[in-house]
Write a protein that binds this ligand. Sequence first.
Ligand SMILES: [Zn+2]
Length: 294
Amino acid sequence: MSLTDLVAVPEGINVLADGRRLQNAKQATMLALLGSPRADLNQDCQAVATPSLKALMVTSSVGPFRVTGLRPAVESLRAIMADIAAEQPAVYRALGSAGMLCVRYVRGSRTAISNHAWGTAIDLTIGGILDPYGDGKVQRGLVDIYPIFNRHEWFWGAAFSKEDGMHFEVSDGLIRSWLASGRFGSGLNPPETFLLSLGDRGDEVRYVQEALNLHEAGLLVDGIFGRETQAAIFRFQAREAIRLTGLVDGDTWSRVHVLRRDGGLKVLYADAAAPAVAQAKITPANKKAQAKPT
Ligand SMILES: [Zn+2]
């Protein structure tokens, strides 16, 4: 058995010891707290152009390799690497980086900005080998270390709708905690935690897409909040006679649950009326939904 052998994504990933689910950092959060890294984004790795964000970038060793990234993210990564060295020394010796800061869209998207663009995500190699993208399997060495990343409130990309096992990123909660402790200056207001907007991806987006399809929205349930999902949300909001935002805001989010309940779909995120998504307790149902690679 080698550290690069491919195995199934484990159940129950991206959950904290107290049962809270980690969420990947939402695009609305990143834009609100850090701004856009540059005006012209494409699929190529470019540099940060926005001066205020540039000032937050550092280049430094985190133990096994050097990275360039957002200062608090680099500090957090250094602490993670120290834990890996102590708890999983064999993996530590084989670890390499395929990059942290890289200003671009998510592969295959023209709306979703990769969190690498803010220097808050890292791609790892094991023995110089990248985990194959989107095959629903992950390298065994990554399974050994994901609990350490999760404990430090980093989200593992193995849970993305298109499995991205090599990828770890600062969770929505962690980036908000850096705001709260003044790491980005003062006077900023984070968006509501349950807000989903164009460019977001993940289980919550799938959850909304499934619900909208009950009204024959005809969406591909891919967990990616693209233009078609946005258009379907506008139509849904018009039908429900609520504010037309094209966002999954508080009103829309609560009506999505009603829609699912009426349509016979599972209702997850039980305390969904409030900013409770980030705090949602694991139930057997959403644990399964979260862990299932697609
Ligand atoms: Zn990545």
